[in-house]
Write a protein that binds this ligand. Structure first.
Ligand code: FES
Ligand SMILES: [Fe+2]
Length: 337
């Protein structure tokens, strides 16, 4: 499949999720940060969610009181109640940082990446000066979507396909045909509202909440830690992107991604993956509001997903020694290498 077909496929998948699936479906491309405690302490119920203040959600006291050894699954309504889901959208996703692209996709003037999150759509673009700007994917004339491509390079301005209003790579209005005939037309009032964008660990993230704490405040030390583990993170490039659309509440996905209970027990892909990991060295480290999950490679592994592994020496490619294979490297690194 050609890259463009893949991109189109992704967009189609997104449209389908809007049209056919319940509103709590989740597209795994987004980085979501679960800020509601896994297990409510006391009687956390819908009313409680409504009255939680934004500050509490960033650092809920209940995190400190939780005992993981007593944790159970949330009551079922947290997974299907639309009111809870919409509350989560407003209070979690709309003020969280979401990854939009890697540095390699936003380092040359004109390069842009577009992403949708629920009913919002955001463009991040590299300006002529190399600075990355983010802004809403909405023409300020009649609200048309400016861009449909997931990623591309824009030569010159973004031109709206409806009435040709043109915007710079920073989202500012450059030209509106025949606007000189509109009395009092002020182009300065028609710039596309900016969206906050920050870089961390070689990736760019956006946040729709102008008051949200910066990533460096929320995750102090994370950038250095990512670069310690992956020293060449800035030099990676995108090989492939796939949207995995799951007809499930987003918390099901996040729960799955942070537990290893099912890891060596469910399904062939997990068993294959588990074979590559030295579980004796598996370490989960909590650092204030962020965590790392890390484990050394299983040096005894001879294959990865059926592909023969070639071992490398200690100190090579980031140190530590381990294995390398075309397929294994691609899958473990997911989309980047
Ligand atoms: S909607 Fe974009 S120019 Fe009219
Ligand atoms: Fe899994």
């Amino acid at each position: 499949m050609e890259a463009n077909d893949e991109t189109r496929h992704s967009n189609v998948a997104f449209d389908q999720v809007n049209a056919n699936l319940p509103p709590y479906s989740f597209i795994y491309r987004q980085l979501a940060i679960p800020l509601i405690p896994h297990k409510p302490t006391g009687n956390l119920h819908m009313e409680t969610i409504r009255v939680v203040k934004k500050a509490d959600m960033v650092a809920p006291e209940s995190w400190l009181e939780q005992k993981p050894e007593e944790a159970l699954t949330l009551p079922s309504r947290y997974f299907f109640d639309d009111k809870i889901f919409h509350s989560e959208c407003d209070r979690i996703f709309m003020s969280a940082w979401h990854v939009i692209g890697h540095k390699s996709e936003l380092s040359k003037p004109g390069q842009f990446v577009m992403t949708d999150i629920f009913d919002q759509s955001v463009i991040a673009a590299c300006g002529a000066d190399g600075v990355v700007h983010a802004f809403h994917n909405v023409c300020q004339h009649r609200g048309n979507r400016l861009v449909e491509e997931r990623r591309d390079t824009q030569i010159g301005v973004f031109r709206c396909a409806y009435h040709s209003w043109c915007y710079g790579l920073d989202g500012n209005l450059r030209h509106a045909p025949r606007s000189d005939r509109v009395k009092g037309f002020d182009a300065g009032n028609c710039n596309i509202p900016a969206v906050r964008v920050e870089e961390m660990g070689g990736f760019y993230y956006f946040n729709l909440d102008p008051d949200a704490p910066s990533m460096s405040e929320l995750f102090p030390g994370a950038d250095a830690e990512m670069k310690r583990v992956f020293p060449n993170l800035d030099d990676y490039r995108l090989l492939e992107e796939k949207d995995v659309v799951v007809a499930a509440n987003w918390k099901v996905i996040m729960d799955n991604s942070i537990e290893g209970y099912h890891f060596s027990l469910s399904g062939p892909c997990h068993v294959d993956l588990a074979d590559l990991i030295d579980f004796d060295g598996y370490k989960l480290t909590q650092r204030d509001k962020w965590w790392t999950y890390a484990a050394p490679a299983n040096k005894l592994a001879t294959s990865a997903y059926g592909d023969v592994l070639r071992h490398w020496a200690e100190g090579d490619a980031g140190g530590g020694g381990g294995w390398r294979s075309r397929v294994g490297q691609c899958r473990v690194a997911r989309v980047l290498r």
